[in-house]
Design a protein around this ligand. Sequence first.
Ligand SMILES: Nc1nc2c(ncn2[C@@H]2O[C@H](COP(=O)(O)OP(=O)(O)OP(=O)(O)O)[C@@H](O)[C@H]2O)c(=O)[nH]1
Length: 466
Amino acid sequence: MSFFGKLKSKLFKSSSKLDEGLDAIVQDGGEETPTPEAPPPADPSPPAEPEPVAPPPDVPAPEAPEEEPQPDLPEPDAPQEVPEPDLPEPPPADPTPPPPEPEAPQPVDPEPAPDVVPPPEPPVEMPPQPVETPAAPPLEVPNVTPLETPMMTTITAPRLDMAEPAQDVRKPGFLNRILGRSAAPTEIRRELDDDMLEQLEELLIQADMGVDTALRVTANIAEGRFGKKLSVREIKELLAGEVARIMDPVAKPMPLYPTKPQVVLVVGVNGSGKTTTIGKLASQFRAAGKKVVIAAGDTFRAAAVEQLQVWGDRAGVPVLTAPEGSDPASLAFDAMTKAQADGADLLMIDTAGRLQNRQDLMEELAKIVRVIRKKDPDAPHNTLLVLDATTGQNALSQVKTFQQLADVSGLVMTKLDGTAKGGVLVALADKFGLPIHAIGVGEQIDDLQPFDPEEFAAALTGLEAA
Ligand SMILES: Nc1nc2c(ncn2[C@@H]2O[C@H](COP(=O)(O)OP(=O)(O)OP(=O)(O)O)[C@@H](O)[C@H]2O)c(=O)[nH]1
């Protein structure tokens, strides 16, 4: 919940893009319909109405959840014994289901009092959910097991079968009452047809999910729902469910092994966030009690080395450097020797990211690997590819390229904060199935989070926390 709030706010650009797009799609040809059961939008009171269907007439119905679907009969409450069919007094010309009592102050009031008394009920629209304790453990620091258990999600995938619609934004609250509209909760729904599907596909492509993934996702959403009327909320839930389903298999923290030192080679194009990510990871591992050594393998750029030293200081981890222009493989060898001598748990090796000269880079990486294998034939134990989310679809070609250059074992996606291209992560998962170990959501040392598919899906689609 706390993490969700943080991630959601970090991913606001992606989610608002989808949000706005979905609103526009549903409004385009959609029509206002009463919300099926109109549960009160997330409020602080104990929910009293467990009944899934058949909204009670107007009575607040404090308890006594009617057990059968007949809404017509006015509750056995004292006051209105009168027939009064099912239409409550504020009839906003609806189809069938009686509008479920506009201002129903839910929990409290002992007596009905139809709609006279506007209860104070604060006009909460979005749940405030501001501060939150960071809670979520940083980057999984699994213990010594080759195949870590992600420990994070318990797949609560928002299963949707359109029966659990609901608290769509439009809340018939205070303002409506003041304006004299008794405002039965309504929401716009649009029938799912070819046209709408096409618009959805388009929107997902724009959100950087890629054509193939967008087509697959929309096809899954459409399955069994063609011709049905869907609200924005329902579409978001369906979408989030699909995204989570794709992402779930790849959400894996970086595995830790008993080997000492475990060698982590970090690759990626210049500027993707390698240095920053190494610093963040080193800090998290150190906080978890691991002894870490960093090797500044991008010896071609003095600035890169300096930057890594700054991060090493922040993380409280030693950084081994070599003179500018020296052989990175030789530095890696020295670093390996030192890490072994020091009994370090982890050796993280930064590398250059000059894709302009792919051949040179390939040889350089291959040489680093060759050299460290003289010390440990199994090294590197992880090869992390760091990708910048703001590059959108370009991240896909970077994965392809680096898979040719190195034996990529997992991904870290940086800069998910402040980009509208977060959907590319879905495309990556769908296309390559490489483990996503962590996501970068800012420039601070603690802005690296474990990847949680459900939270990511909810944040990406703009779904409110349940
Ligand atoms: N907003 C945001 N910025 C990030 C994130 N990760 C890295 N950055 C920024 O991206 C820029 C590049 O990050 P570096 O870590 O230097 O990237 P690099 O891959 O090491 O780049 P080179 O040293 O040029 O190879 C820096 O300004 C970082 O602060 C992130 O998750 N969010």
